[in-house]
Write a protein that binds this ligand. Structure first.
Ligand code: RB5
Length: 151
């Protein structure tokens, strides 16, 4: 498994913890920054990670900002991305099982390190269930494919 991870300044500390946790789990992780708590703009980290995931270079992405909102809004602008903001375990499981999400977003200002690691573990251990969920994802993909810039 290969994961791309990124954050802004508000997610930096949690990103470092999660990166180390993934390494402990023996998972291959590439860090797309940021590399300090100096103020940056979350789209500059969301787009590169999301594009790599869509290209198939990573199994999924993890993006962390203060709330997780900026990262999820940005990543979801990239065609093929289903970014899910998961600040609890239930959402993390269903994001995979029902939504086949390919980017996990979390809030560094919302979550403690312990629960964030659990969310990541649940995410990794959960799989898409297919079935009726397949049909729903297909509708999103169809909409995405026919959408123009003006929607
Ligand atoms: C940065 O101050 C903050 O706005 C950002 O980390 C994020 O929470 C935005 O959604």
């Amino acid at each position: 498994m290969k994961i791309a991870i990124g954050s802004d300044h508000a997610g930096f500390k949690l990103k470092e913890s999660i990166k180390n946790y993934l390494i402990e789990l023996g998972i291959n992780v590439d860090d797309f920054g940021t590399h300090s708590e100096e103020s940056v703009d979350y789209p500059d980290y969301a787009f590169p990670v999301a594009k790599k995931v869509v290209k198939g270079e990573y199994d999924f992405g993890i993006l962390i900002c203060g709330t997780g909102l900026g990262m999820s809004i940005s990543a979801n602008k990239v065609k093929g991305i289903r970014a899910s903001l998961c600040n609890d375990l239930f959402t993390a499981r269903l994001a995979k099982e029902h939504n086949n999400a390919n980017v996990l977003c979390m809030g560094g200002g919302v979550l403690g390190e312990g629960i964030a690691k659990e969310i990541v573990k649940v995410w990794i251990d959960s799989s898409f269930q297919g079935g009726r969920h397949e049909r729903r994802i297909a509708k999103i993909t169809a909409y995405e494919n026919k959408s123009t810039n003006s929607n």
